[in-house]
Ligand binder design. Structure first.
Ligand code: OTD
Ligand code: ZN
Ligand code: ZN
Length: 362
């Protein structure tokens, strides 16, 4: 037997073909409403025990009443037998009051508030135009231990789209962290190496979510062989060295990083349009993609912390009971999900992925 054959044999002896982990949560999900909610919820509910539900509906979820009603619609849309638990959020607007924030938190209606700089992404037009002016809200949130979840991109149209995250971090996030030392902050969908460092530097009270797609694509992927609208999302994917930094961050074992898929479905006609809507529908392939990344990075032993422990600990909610098994078994991913008379294109749809989602034990 040659030396390389010996190596191959040793490698395959070490190869893990199946892992069973505590049931994971998705700390950043767009479930939408109506027919879209019906169509996409089964995918998230099949993979995750709980989800932090984004409030960027039209109109946005800005009141306790609207959040409670949306929660009921999600519960009603769950597939038969599903125990998926939606964790609601409040959409921060210039008019949000500390009392409304605290009321929804104390009543157990919402777990966090979402800060969209006005105009930064899909349905963010009612977002915050002046972050420092919301200080009374942030002070109250710090006092009651309620996290703020931030879409971190500058909204000045003069800022290059690939620099918008970095500019926001310097101009808005770091000052916010300084002004409110007791505020818990989740920097959503981290896309740059610099933001990874910022999360780490504030890990005692800051965390970062990272999407499956930002671990797999870089900005060149969006233009591979032509313009690929289904890979366009916000924040837009960055250069390759950023993607590599994100893969290092998620597989580092550091407790300040956890799952937030940012699954953001849009109908095919809204994506393949003169002005393509931002968003990647990653909900159907999230765990398959994440586990593949951990496998490729030789870090399967760290997957459970990222998927099922770090986020719950940051939010101060109990860890899930029950397990999910992921298996090294090729499966061909469905290309699209039907919604009304159209469909939503699935991230990595039509491809054969090396890992499959196996049984869930509740
Ligand atoms: N990004 N699309 C959407 C939201 C996210 O900003 C995000 O978190 C959406 O469609 O709701 C997107 O590209
Ligand atoms: Zn966002
Ligand atoms: Zn989002």
């Amino acid at each position: 037997m040659s030396v390389s054959q010996l190596f191959d044999q040793a490698a395959s002896a070490r190869r893990v073909d199946k892992i069973t982990i505590r049931r994971p949560d998705d700390f950043h999900v767009h479930l939408r409403d109506g027919a879209m909610l019906q169509a996409v919820l089964p995918f998230t509910a099949n993979q995750f025990a709980r989800g932090i539900i984004m409030p960027n509906l039209v109109p946005p979820v800005t009141t306790v009443e609207a959040a409670a009603a949306y929660r009921e619609r999600i519960l009603a849309a769950r597939p038969e037998g599903s125990d998926f638990e939606p964790l609601m959020t409040c959409y921060l607007a210039d008019t949000t009051t500390p009392d409304e924030i605290e009321k929804g938190f104390r009543d157990g209606v919402w777990k966090a508030a979402k800060l969209y700089p006005a105009g930064a992404t899909t349905n963010s037009h009612f977002g915050v135009t002046d972050i420092p002016a919301l200080a009374p809200v942030f002070e109250r949130m710090a006092k009651i231990g309620m996290p703020v979840l931030i879409h971190g991109e500058a909204t000045d149209p003069a800022v290059d789209i690939f620099d918008r995250e970095a500019v926001f971090m310097e101009q808005s996030l770091l000052p916010l962290l300084k002004r409110h030392p007791g505020l818990k902050v989740v920097i959503e969908h981290v896309t740059t190496a610099e933001t990874v460092d910022i999360v780490r530097a504030h890990a005692s009270r800051a965390a970062g979510t990272i999407t499956p797609h930002h671990l797999v694509i870089n900005r060149t992927s969006i233009f591979q062989g032509g313009l690929r609208p289904h890979l366009y999302c916000l924040p837009v994917a960055k250069r390759e060295h950023h993607r590599l930094a994100l893969r290092k961050a998620v597989t580092s074992g550091d407790s300040c990083f956890f799952i937030g898929t940012d699954t953001a479905p849009h109908r095919r006609n809204a994506k393949e349009a003169e002005c393509c809507s931002a968003g990647v529908f990653g909900g159907a392939t999230a765990l398959q993609t994440y586990v593949q990344v951990f496998d490729e990075e030789g870090a399967l032993d760290r997957f459970e912390a990222f998927a099922s422990v770090n986020g719950a600990q940051f939010y101060g909610i109990p860890l899930n009971r029950g397990t999910i098994t992921l298996e090294r078994r090729e499966s061909r991913i469905m290309a699209a999900v039907a919604v009304d008379d159209t469909e939503v294109v699935v991230f990595q749809g039509g491809e054969t992925l090396p890992w499959s989602v196996g049984p869930v034990v509740a």
